[in-house]
Design a protein around this ligand. Sequence first.
Ligand code: UDP
Length: 239
Amino acid sequence: MGKQLKYKRILYKASGEALMGEQGFGIDPETLARVAADIIEAKALGIDIGVVIGGGNIFRGLSLAAKGADRVTGDHMGMLATVMNALALRMELEIQGAEAVVLSGLAIPAACEPFTQRGMIEHRSKGRIVIFAGGTGSPYFTTDTGAALRAAEFGAEAIFKGTQVDGVYSADPKKDQNAVRYESLSHSEVLEKGLEVMDAAAVSLARDNNIPVVIFSIADKGGLAKILCGEGRSTTISE
Ligand code: UDP
């Protein structure tokens, strides 16, 4: 069944906001259930899937630093937020019958396994959905950069980034009526044009490792599987 698919191993990046639903903060159980169902549907196409989840629905390091607080402590708190989301997602995936594991770049061994390449390969070979928590494990980075890093380590053939819109636009389409949507772009064009689709560190890491990034909307249920099957709208960033 998976034969006609372009990618057999992917890294799915969902921001923390993808879990908060209408409530505007934290984790909405119904939204969590939908995100998990989308991942299971994609996995059922016969692919390896790794997931990087953000933490912006709970905490962002910069929000403290802006008020003069210590950036590193704020970023540790942000990474802890991603661990909370990852644990919630693992729980929901298991409730829905999937096998999943959380590997964290920020070691919290009582709650989840610390990330190691060997551990990751073992879980991947057993067909488990591998959730990468804690971003890169270092402050001053984002989970987008974590996604680019883990994609390279996971051997992902592409990063699928779910966003609020159905691709990359020249400006924010929710604010600017003249915004133009791109069908495809190179990593370098994204950097040169300063498009705010992913932070620059993440885009250049994906470029250096020759990993395409597919930007698509998570507004519709089943969006990830559709895009994997070559349906629906998305923008592909590749060299
Ligand atoms: N963070 C970090 N290093 C990383 C990834 C994340 O310090 O490698 C912290 C940072 O404070 C960030 C927060 O975790 O603001 C949540 O991640 P992010 O903002 O990327 O989440 P998203 O916007 O995807 O929900």
